[in-house]
Design a protein around this ligand. Sequence first.
Ligand SMILES: Nc1ncnc2c1ncn2[C@@H]1O[C@H](COP(=O)(O)OP(=O)(O)OP(=O)(O)O)[C@@H](O)[C@H]1O
Ligand SMILES: [Mg+2]
Length: 259
Amino acid sequence: MGNILDIKNLTVEYKSSNNDSIVTAIDNVSISIKEGEIYALAGESGCGKSTLAKAITKLVPITSGDIIFNGKSILNQSKNDKNEYPQNVQMVFQNPYSSLNPKMKVGDILKEPLDINTNYSNARKKTIVKEAIDDVGLKESVLDLYPHEFSGGQRQRIAIARAIILNPKFLIADEPVSALDASIQAQIINLFKDLRKHRNLTILFISHDLNVIRYLADRVGVMYFGKLIEENDTLTIFNFPRQDYTKKLLGSSPILKTN
Ligand SMILES: Nc1ncnc2c1ncn2[C@@H]1O[C@H](COP(=O)(O)OP(=O)(O)OP(=O)(O)O)[C@@H](O)[C@H]1O
Ligand SMILES: [Mg+2]
């Protein structure tokens, strides 16, 4: 399979409001992600993981470099590509409490992207919503409830259902299980695995939790102060890390230490 995403020499800088200081959050990073794979980004707080996700979803401007999705640059997209891109690239955030509108019923939360982006009939929208809710392991009865009536894990399932409702090709999950209890984390991780298969998704999975990454990812990129310092398939990076920083990062994972 070919690459679905090519990040080429990407640099993202944040300027302070009075323009007198610059933070280089992403520093000349190149990453290629193959169609269908789960690529994990690891690295400690502040190394630029979320900024990379935001650059891909166009939430922050690119300072230099390029991002190629499905063979086309996301800079200067045609009108058609501009419309389709946000539907093909969706994001799941860390906190399922703040990412769902508390005033809307789950059914309406899931229908909203279809209302905005499609001209489907109501019957078709209903079918799509039902399929999504089924795919994330919830029952149809949840559609009449409000987000506050759910646990954190269930809420994250709802957020994931919303992210897949437009049938995206590419899903970015930024620390999607960090706010959840350990027992629930495993269920959500398995859900990502299932969805990859069932929905032909490619997933960029951001996490500081190396145990989660080891279980889920096909390949891993390690970031350090805005740079991609090491990248390899998951088995190799865990068994034969090359960089001292990667070794240190792996050594700091609590479960690995007791092995
Ligand atoms: N809006 C912003 N304005 C200025 N600097 C920012 C902004 N957002 C992030 N930064 C800085 O950019 C760098 C990268 O931040 P980023 O949020 O991408 O890191 P991260 O790897 O996602 O961290 P975490 O694991 O804590 O989520 C940090 O130094 C951060 O302080
Ligand atoms: Mg982050």
